[in-house]
Design a protein around this ligand. Structure first.
Ligand SMILES: Cc1ncc(C[n+]2csc(CCOP(=O)(O)OP(=O)(O)O)c2C)c(N)n1
Length: 289
């Protein structure tokens, strides 16, 4: 396995050990040089492009927070006009850009069935602006807009099911992974691009300040998300579940193993933990292969 990365260089200023950058490096290993990236606003954009520098080794564009999907559609239209069928178009965005702010334009891009790979780095909050809750924030997480307190358990919402939203748009390829499994990410990117047609890959990307974990814990926490069944590795081809980390012999760890590693869940009482355990069980039932 080639771990040298020519498309994202180490000179960016993301937090040391950032889960999103672990995931990005894995994504970049799945791309080839004939790729154009449209990036939404967010940590990945801000930390890799401090003017006049750039950490990107591929053509890369940032415009606004909400319009990365529309920018990608425009790039694809220009490539089509030029008769270029070789160059791939990839969108990268955080969960705020995907679940909330860019939602409408993503839906339009998917509706048009365009051959674009959309990657969501899911940090489960608006990380770059100081950990505000997004549509992806899970139940019980403390964020700056859903802080835990005497009368608050943190976020009381259930995480929006973006995978189901993507599937409802009948994409050719929909997958989920975590920064705990970089090779799984790389393989999924390669597969999405080989299949052609619209595709969506969502990657759980542990965030040190947001999740209140240490700099060396992003990969470990990413693995625990999978092993508890809270965030399984999933792959849907043409709408059918074709691969899942939850197989017949899957032995799930208790969700406490995952929650107790993270400061954002430290305040949770047994009854909230039980509710999250039920969510994991529901997930396990639903995604068993
Ligand atoms: C329309 C608009 N709203 C808000 C902002 C401010 N803003 C910049 S980055 C950011 C957070 C991005 O969160 P997310 O998309 O989850 O990516 P992350 O930083 O977590 O990787 C926000 C709210 C903006 N630039 N544009």
């Amino acid at each position: 396995m080639e771990y040298q990365n020519k498309f994202i260089s180490p000179g960016h200023n993301a937090c040391a050990g950032c889960g999103q950058l672990v995931a990005t490096q894995a994504v970049m290993r799945g791309l080839n040089k004939d790729t154009i990236i449209a990036n939404a606003t967010g940590c990945l954009e801000v930390t890799t492009t401090s003017y006049p520098q750039s950490a990107w080794g591929l053509p890369w564009i940032h415009s606004l927070f909400e319009n990365a999907a529309a920018v990608a559609s425009g790039i694809l239209a220009a490539l089509n006009k030029k008769g270029d069928v070789k160059t791939k178009v990839v969108v990268q965005a955080g969960d705020g850009g995907t679940y909330d702010i860019g939602f409408g334009l993503i839906s339009g891009m998917w509706e048009r069935g365009e051959n674009i790979l959309y990657i969501c780095y899911d940090t489960e909050a608006y990380s770059n602006t100081g950990i505000q809750a997004s549509g992806s924030t899970p139940y019980g997480a403390s964020t700056t807009t859903s802080p835990e307190g005497l009368k608050s358990i943190g976020s009381t919402q259930r995480k929006k099911d973006m995978l189901a939203v993507a599937l409802a748009h009948k994409l050719n390829y929909v997958a989920q992974s975590t920064a705990g499994f970089p090779d799984d990410i790389t393989n999924k990117v390669k597969k999405a691009l080989a299949l052609n047609g619209p595709s969506y890959i969502q990657i759980l990307s542990p965030c040190m300040p947001g999740w209140k974990i240490n700099n060396n814990e992003a990969v470990m926490v990413g693995k625990l998300a999978v092993r508890t069944g809270l965030y399984p590795l999933l792959e849907y081809v043409n709408g059918q579940l074709s691969n899942s980390s939850i197989k017949n012999n899957f032995q799930a760890l208790a969700v406490e193993e995952y929650l107790s590693q993270q400061g954002r869940f430290k305040h949770l009482k047994p009854e909230a933990v039980k509710y999250i355990q039920d969510l994991a069980e529901e997930n396990i039932k639903r995604h068993k292969l």
